[in-house]
Ligand binder design. Structure first.
Ligand code: WTA
Length: 652
């Protein structure tokens, strides 16, 4: 993102935490942070054992870490139940009657579940899963709207040792099919639909389409009634959530599982067309999400904490469900869109529920800026005390707006860098400690040995760009790519020996703060969501009119990156506006609406190297509108680029 890059470079405003915030914060001085960080790096066993001891273990570990690079085992020998830690643990405390989940549907309906009520729901649904024949280790696909039952289903799986794989409700039938195939899931938990922008988003019909080819292992589909429209139910396979729950009791003891027992698989984009099934396990992930939620959001008992992510993404897993609930927090969940029924919906929710912590994404913030200050200004946002950002670099202008218009100038902003793979926050300010600068995630969290390396593996100097790496294992790290240990090794651990490659480029400023510059692989970041160029390309090529396709990102004011695709058509096919529209729709159908290209450009040929590799870098320069300056010596035929540039100019 070239425009962001420029403004990042000149940023020198510094915002220390207010004395008032600092006085009440869990960690309140830079010295304390430095001391704890040093301990976490030099004596990780001591640091992590102390953190883990705050949680409930059915059997304590024999060893904190067993590291056989690149395979880690944390809390070796321990037995733990993640749902017990997120729910039961609070029932013997004052939190029993505290609200765990505070939910608002898009139509305006609300529900609250106390920890005691959540316990009943989780136990019952765990018994439903058992009654359907689901056992420890079985994979369960969850395809749900943002309703409390999504969290209940996740916790119920973890209670019985089943491995959930949540698929974002905006993804298509094709995406479900791929994930069913890769995970070998035997059951699906879904809903008839969900509400978004005043309309029903159908879910069960997509499940039916995904299952229609008959190739999956799915035996059971459990359907929550949310929207109430007519849907098809297949006898013997499909059952209603409410019917099944009525048949079971609420007694479901939490069995202890090995700390390394798989907790979930979450699919994310990589540089090939096949999404990677990121595998997270129980003990380490629980400790990582618990500890980061506690320190980064500085959670207190009277907080109303709202993370606006969808449970279909890792942020929803770690910071709506597991981290906050392990801390006994009140987590707000909202089903719908931020502009329905009006542009002030988020701010109305904050006022109504007296939200104290808001964790959202730069793409949302940029949309709010565009909609105008008059919307937030209509509401009382004075309950807010802390703001968070995640998903992509936040441009300083958006940071300043968030700080002043939403935070009233008094709320610290935690710009948190992490990934599906890391499981929990890795680089972040601590709100009572770190002087923040707009646009940087600042310093590594405890236990995180982050660095920036050059091609030879040497650490770069201040303000020099390089590859962001993590040099030591951490508890919530991914354990492997499901079913593909070779790809796990290759993707993350082969560039540098025994060092984790994050896939982002970064620089560190003179204060040691990390500035994320973007991805180094063929991954786009559209509205904070990862999208592989190869996924978009294979979706395009699956259309009968398309011969070849290349996808690249273009800086976009709201989405961070917009998807631009270059397409060559098959012989006999005429490029047209109608075909362009059809191709956009096609990609939306194959992957989901977030992947829908913003721009389709037809071309007679794509720029390629002599070995046949598409040079996306050149295409990126073409869409940025500039002259192609980069190295073109490996380009097979420069006239291709010249033609692309000429046709680009015609557009304007
Ligand atoms: C990007 C989302 C800059 C980054 C939790 C990373 C960020 C990818 C930030 C992971 C941030 C996430 N500043 N960039 N605060 N947070 N990213 O797996 O490129 O969906 O590698 O996890 O998002 O995306 P993922």
């Amino acid at each position: 993102m070239s425009t962001d890059f420029k403004s990042l470079q000149i940023e020198n405003r510094v915002f220390p935490p207010s004395a008032e915030f600092q006085a009440k914060a869990r960690i309140s001085s830079m010295d304390e942070y430095k001391k704890l960080h040093a301990e976490s790096i030099n004596s990780p066993d001591t640091f992590w054992a102390r953190e883990a001891s705050e949680l409930t273990w059915q059997k304590r570990w024999d060893k904190v870490l067993d590291w056989q690079p690149p395979f880690a085992k944390w809390f070796v020998g321990a037995k733990v139940n993640v749902s017990e830690n997120c729910v039961d643990r609070h029932l013997t405390t004052h939190r029993k009657e505290k609200v765990a989940i505070l939910w608002e549907g898009e139509p305006g309906d609300t529900r609250t579940l106390t920890y005691a009520q959540l316990h009943v729901e989780v136990c019952k649904f765990a018994n439903v899963l058992k009654a359907q024949g689901i056992k420890s280790g079985d994979r369960v696909l969850i395809y749900m709207p943002m309703v409390p039952e999504a969290a209940i289903a996740m916790l119920a799986c973890s209670r019985i040792g089943a491995v959930h794989s949540v698929v974002f409700g905006g993804f298509s039938a094709e995406s479900i099919k791929d994930r069913l195939h890769d995970s070998g899931a035997i059951a699906i938990v879904t809903a008839d639909g969900g509400w978004r922008r005043g309309k029903i988003v159908p879910l069960k019909p997509h499940v039916d389409t995904a299952l229609s080819s008959g190739e999956s292992n799915v035996k059971k589909v459990i359907v929550l009634k949310r929207t109430g429209q007519e849907i098809a139910m297949q006898a013997g396979r499909d059952t209603w959530w409410h019917d099944e729950v009525a048949k079971v009791d609420a007694n479901c003891p939490a069995e202890g599982f090995d700390a390394e027992h798989p907790l979930y698989i979450l699919y994310t984009s990589g540089s090939t067309g096949k999404p990677k099934g990121i595998l997270h396990t129980s003990g380490g992930y629980l400790v990582g999400t618990y500890c980061t939620s506690k320190y980064v959001f500085d959670l207190r008992d009277d907080d109303v904490y709202w993370c606006t992510a969808d449970v279909g993404w890792v942020t929803g897993h770690s910071y709506i469900v597991y981290g906050p609930l392990a801390n006994g927090a009140t987590a707000l969940m909202y089903e719908g869109a931020p502009d329905t029924p009006h542009f002030g919906r988020f701010w109305e929710i904050i006022q109504k529920h007296k939200v104290t912590i808001l964790y959202t994404a730069p793409t949302a913030i940029r949309a709010f800026i565009k909609w105008g200050d008059e919307h937030p200004n209509k509401y009382d946002l004075s309950t807010l005390r802390l703001l968070g950002s995640v998903g992509e670099p936040i441009n300083p202008e958006a940071w300043m707006w968030y700080h002043t218009v939403i935070g009233g100038g008094r709320c610290p902003i935690v710009d948190t860098w992490w990934q599906t793979e890391t499981g929990s926050i890795m680089i972040t300010p601590l709100p009572g400690v770190t002087p923040t600068k707009p646009g940087t995630a600042t310093l590594p969290f405890f236990g995180v040995d982050a660095a920036i390396l050059d091609e030879d593996g040497n650490e770069v100097g201040p303000n020099e760009g390089g590859k962001l790496v993590i040099r030591k294992p951490w508890p919530s790290m991914l354990r492997t790519i499901y079913g593909d240990a070779e790809r796990y090794q290759q993707t993350y651990w082969s560039t540098y020996k025994n060092i984790y490659l994050a896939g982002d480029s970064s620089r560190r400023d003179e204060d040691g703060y990390f500035w994320i510059l973007g991805r180094i692989d063929d991954v786009l970041n559209v509205s904070g969501h990862r999208l592989g160029t190869a996924e978009v390309e294979s979706a395009l090529v699956s259309h009968p009119a398309v011969a070849e396709a290349a996808a690249v990102g273009r800086p976009d004011e709201i989405k961070g990156q917009a998807v631009v695709v270059f397409v060559t058509v098959k012989a006999g096919v005429q490029p047209s506006d109608a075909l362009a529209a059809e191709l956009k729709k096609h990609v939306g159908n194959v992957i989901g609406a977030i992947a829908r290209p913003d721009d389709v450009r037809f071309t007679a040929a794509l720029p390629k190297t002599r070995s046949g590799k598409i040079m996306r870098r050149l295409l990126k320069e073409v869409v940025a509108g500039g002259v192609v300056k980069g190295d073109t010596t490996t380009l097979e035929d420069f006239s291709v680029v010249a033609a692309l540039q000429a046709s680009g100019k015609d557009d304007e």
